[in-house]
Design a binder for this molecule. Structure first.
Ligand code: 13P
Ligand code: SF4
Length: 350
């Protein structure tokens, strides 16, 4: 737990974090990427943090990987690479830096460390978890193997290193269907997201998919009736859902896909009005590059993703605290499952 006033005071001794209209103006090229969703008044407050973090990044030879659900000042202000879970995992294998700062949630940082053990991986807030990752342990995977002998285990990256280590191959929402379809087995165990598994079962009917009963606290909140109500409330709006939503929600939507799939869909289609049935920041992060699209509410926040703030990123990079460690034996097995996913994704052209 952070003592925010103390953290702020400590940072202010080293960095000039006073809100600065002059600095905000000097950094207007960065602001231009988020000017539709971040007010000028807020940018005046953020600019000194963005500058301090970007300067420190150069000093530490660090890169920041920002997930699509980060707030715009993090996503556009300090991230060197933004993307979905798969893109960030692949990026972690490619970057040359000494330090990776993961702006996302804990399992993403752990995945980066598993793939790049020699790098220092920083997690600005260790409490940035995930309801899916918390829903299953390695024993849970073994229990599924006992229930379905011989069936391979496909595990969503939203899991701990121990769970990945107990699995055969990982997947993300952008490659799950292709990975499941490519496996040489009739019955396939998917953990831990029941809804992703049910959505994939519909997309890959030739496989018998069985699942663990985890769910995402953000996406499980939507119902098909909500979507019908949205259509009535704002006719003509394109409804776009993440596959962590229940299957009847995805069926009711005009499109369903991973966070990068959502970006591609909205970029290609440019609907006049779009409602993203996913985490709130997703729409904010693409609003400026798509001025012709009106993103309409509602806005469901992931409490874990929202634990990552500019202050915590600066503190972590300044003090080098929040370093991710993974037991080497676990990491080695988990790496196999993640690398199998990356290799198969590349082979399948995803
Ligand atoms: P993506 O792989 O689509 O980025 O999803 C990650 C996530 O946590 C969604 O809730
Ligand atoms: Fe986990 Fe859901 Fe938050 Fe993604 S949005 S990190 S799946 S709780």
């Amino acid at each position: 737990m952070f003592d925010l006033p103390a953290l702020r005071a400590e940072l202010s001794e080293k960095y000039d974090l006073t809100p600065s209209p002059k600095l905000a103006e000097e950094m207007s090229d960065i602001y231009a990427r988020m000017s539709r969703v971040v007010t000028p008044a807020d940018w005046i407050i953020y600019a000194p943090y963005v500058k301090a973090i970007n300067d420190l990044k150069a000093k530490r030879n660090a890169v920041i990987l920002g997930h699509n659900y980060m707030t715009p000042e993090i996503y556009h202000g300090i991230s060197d690479f933004g993307g979905d879970s798969l893109q960030l995992a692949i990026k972690a294998t490619e970057v040359e830096a000494d330090v990776i700062v993961q702006c996302g949630v804990h399992f993403m940082a752990e995945t980066s460390k598993i793939l790049s053990p020699s790098k220092t991986v920083l997690m600005p807030d260790m409490d940035a978890g995930c309801s899916l990752a918390e829903s299953i342990t390695a024993e849970g995977v073994e229990e599924m193997r006992r229930r379905y002998p011989g069936a391979p285990v496909v595990t969503y990256v939203n899991t701990t290193a121990e769970v990945k280590a107990a699995s055969d191959i990982c997947c993300t929402s952008s490659n799950a269907a292709q990975i499941v379809a490519a496996l040489d087995a009739d019955t396939i165990i998917m953990t831990p997201d029941q809804y992703l598994a049910q959505n994939i079962a519909r997309d890959v009917p030739q496989k018998n998919i069985v699942w663990w009963e985890g769910s995402c606290i953000v996406h499980e909140q939507y119902s098909a009736q909500d979507l019908r109500d949205f259509r009535e409330w704002n006719p003509g709006t394109r409804l776009i859902a993440h596959p962590e939503c229940p299957p009847d929600v995805c069926d009711e939507a005009d499109y369903s896909g991973s966070t990068s799939g959502i970006i591609k869909y909205v970029t290609d289609e440019k609907p006049e009005k779009a409602l993203l049935i996913t985490e709130c920041s997703m729409a904010s992060n693409i609003a400026d590059q798509l001025p012709e699209v009106d993103f309409v509410g509602p806005c469901n926040m992931c409490p874990y993703m929202k634990k990552i703030t500019l202050e915590k990123v600066l503190y972590s990079l300044d003090t080098m605290t929040g370093q991710i460690e993974v037991d080497p034996t676990v990491a080695e097995k988990a790496r196999l499952a993640v690398e199998r996913m990356i290799d198969l994704s590349r082979k399948l052209g995803i």
